[in-house]
Design a protein around this ligand. Structure first.
Ligand SMILES: CC(C)(COP(=O)(O)OP(=O)(O)OC[C@H]1O[C@@H](n2cnc3c(N)ncnc32)[C@H](O)[C@@H]1OP(=O)(O)O)[C@@H](O)C(=O)NCCC(=O)NCCS
Length: 162
C-alpha cells in the first residue's frame, strides 16, 4: 500500500522530532524548540506521509509568496527509495503553487549525496555554495526551483531573495 498524505497535527510533534533526530547528525538535526518554532509559524506548511498509521516521512516549509523555503524533508531510513520523498515534495509544491508561490529555495549539505541527487532529480538547481553553513564547518548548497508554468513571472521584483 502506498503511503497516504495528510497535514501535520500537533499530536505528531514527538514523532516528527524523533524522525528528524534519526535523519540528521547531531547539530544539524533540529532541537525541539527550533522544530516547534517552524511547525507553528503561521506561514508554515507541513505534510506527513503515513503507512499503516505510522508516520514514515514529513516535509515542512515556510512561505511568503512568491517565495517559499523548504525547512526540512525527512524520510524514515527503512522507507527510502520508494517514492515517499517525491510524494511529499509534489504535494507541498502543489499546495505552495496554489497559494501563489513561484520560487522555492532550500539549503542542503554538499556532502549529503542522497539529498543533492533527490533535489536535482526534482528540478532544483544549485545557486550558491554557502561556506561553513552547518556547524561552522560543513558547506551547503543553496538550491532553487522555479515552479513550472511560472517562470515568466519571476525576475528582479523587489523583496524576492536573489
Ligand atoms: C533525501 C531523502 C528525503 C529522499 O527521500 P526518498 O523517499 O528516499 O526519495 P525518493 O524515493 O522519492 O527518490 C526520488 C529520486 O531521488 C533520487 N535519490 C533519492 N535518494 C537517492 C540516493 N540515496 N542516491 C541517489 N539518488 C537518490 C533518485 O533520483 C530517486 O529516484 P529513483 O529512486 O527512481 O532513482 C531521504 O534520503 C532522506 O530522508 N534523507 C535524510 C534526510 C535528508 O537528507 N533530507 C534532505 C535534506 S535537505
Amino acid at each position: 500500500m502506498p503511503p497516504t498524505l495528510r497535514s501535520y497535527e500537533p499530536h505528531d510533534f514527538a514523532t516528527l522530532y524523533k524522525l528528524d533526530q534519526a535523519c540528521f547528525p547531531p547539530g544539524i538535526s533540529y532541537s525541539k524548540t527550533t522544530l516547534r518554532y517552524f511547525l507553528t509559524l503561521a506561514s508554515a506548511d507541513c505534510v506527513v506521509a503515513e503507512e499503516a498509521r505510522r508516520i514514515v516521512g514529513f516535509i515542512v516549509s515556510e512561505e511568503n509568496p512568491p517565495l517559499a523555503h523548504i525547512i526540512s524533508l525527512d524520510v524514515d531510513a527503512k522507507h527510502r527509495r520508494l517514492g515517499v520523498g517525491t510524494m511529499l515534495l509534489e504535494k507541498l509544491e502543489s499546495n505552495l503553487a496554489a497559494r501563489g508561490v513561484r520560487s522555492i529555495l532550500l539549503e542542503t549539505a554538499i556532502d549529503n549525496e542522497a539529498a543533492v541527487a533527490f533535489w536535482k532529480a526534482h528540478g532544483y538547481r544549485i545557486e550558491a555554495t554557502l561556506k561553513r553553513y552547518y556547524l561552522g564547518r560543513i558547506d551547503a548548497y543553496e538550491m532553487r526551483k522555479i515552479l513550472p508554468g511560472t517562470a515568466h513571472k519571476t525576475g528582479t521584483r523587489s523583496g524576492e531573495a536573489s
